[in-house]
Design a protein. Structure first.
Lengths: 248, 248
């Protein structure tokens, strides 16, 4: 829940709601949302906000009822259509809290469809707070004008992810050990993809051997420098979006 | 000053020093460095660290003298040559503290040669702590195995930067208002370049008009989504490094 800065006009409030939006639709507010809109942002009956539900685009909604702990909005007009990202998953090994939060935020901003934390041999994190990471993805979409929120999966072992890999989904595999020997993505087929970013300590030899042998894996180099995992995530999303996504 | 994680071996300490390195060279330590190496990391005489000075590559150095407030290292062998980045400046409008720190860190990691904070019409920051930002660039190089540290310039007005623009340097100009109408960089000439990232509120109309009219400016789109300034910085560095830098 956050105002979007927009120079030259009053700040716009954009809010993700888990309620289907449509013309004339009444949207009940959670206690937190009511507190934010009426307590923090001081909106009153008749004021407007922008809503999105991840499915039906962005709607201008009017405050119909403003209470301390509850409230309701009424959708008036659709302001933007749903912008669905390409069918791209971002798989990454969770790292320190702030940088994991950052990866989730950036994946939502850059247009990943799904965010999959994976536990590798050198991943320290034994568990994640999925709900907290999901909230970061929501906030990134709210702040950046997104109309779609990628789902954050539960943490899974890399081995299990690869054992149940969906047919037809390709894997862009970024590993600093590949520097200079990665393939270009330019000629790779479009369709469902996933990006895999290794942990700070890199992949283990066993993981690397398995990844290299996968018929659906495309090793890609992110240049001659060692990048932190969060930097590598944004760089990899850029490389993929430019070559195969919706940036072209 | 930070240990570099390196799975499978003991943590390596990498330290930037402002003292020329060479075979047999003795390197005096500052009070902070001595405290870090001997107080925090518990090194003693005879232990090794990796040093770089931004000019002569990376050297393995042995602790020759270890005191509480001072000490000395002796360079033994060069472990890596200097890796000079391409002649690329990253110009950006400072934003909130944490995200400004992040942009500087990422520019150092991704291989910018110089980091130039610029004040635009919609930049809130009136001043920056140049020394603190420079320390972030040093730390990023220490952590990511860099041998070069980009210099962080003092904050300058965008207008003044453009008034004194060096001849022959091209400008990759990223603005969300350009979404979909930017040019591809693929055919642009190599040589000295700068990237300019706008502030969160975008450029003013006057700035945009001036930037578009510059003969050395190349507008580049970073896709159909609104990106935060820190995300845009990493994405723009990736686009440039892939097309014209040393990632190819």
């Amino acid at each position: 829940m956050a105002p979007m800065s927009d120079a030259g006009s009053a700040a716009k409030i954009r809010l993700f709601v888990e309620h289907p939006l449509g013309a004339g639709q009444t949207v009940p507010l959670s206690r937190e949302q009511a507190h934010y809109l009426f307590g923090v942002m001081r909106l009153t009956v008749g004021d407007f906000v922008l809503l999105f539900d991840g499915l039906n685009g962005e709607w201008r909604a009017r405050v119909a009822d403003a209470g301390k702990r509850a409230g309701a909005l009424v959708c008036e007009a659709r302001t933007r259509p749903l912008q669905v990202p390409p069918d791209l998953w971002l798989c990454f090994a969770p790292i320190k809290k702030a940088r994991t939060d950052f990866i989730v935020e950036k994946a939502a901003e850059m247009g990943a469809a799904r965010i999959c934390p994976v536990q590798t041999d050198f991943t320290n994190a034994e568990r994640i707070r999925r709900d907290r990471l999901q909230a970061h993805a929501v906030e990134a979409a709210e702040q950046c004008g997104g109309t779609y929120v990628p789902e954050v999966s539960e943490l899974q072992r890399l081995g299990a992810v690869l054992d149940t890999w969906p047919e037809g989904r390709r894997l862009m595999f970024c590993d600093e050990a590949l520097a200079g020997e990665g393939r270009a993505l330019g000629d790779a087929p479009r369709g469902p993809w996933a990006i895999l970013i290794g942990p700070e300590g890199g992949f283990s030899e066993a993981e690397r051997a398995r990844l290299r042998a996968l018929p659906f894996a495309h090793p890609v180099s992110l240049g001659p420098r060692v990048l932190r995992a969060d930097t590598a995530a944004v760089a990899a999303l850029t490389v993929w979006q430019q070559a195969l996504g919706d940036w072209a």
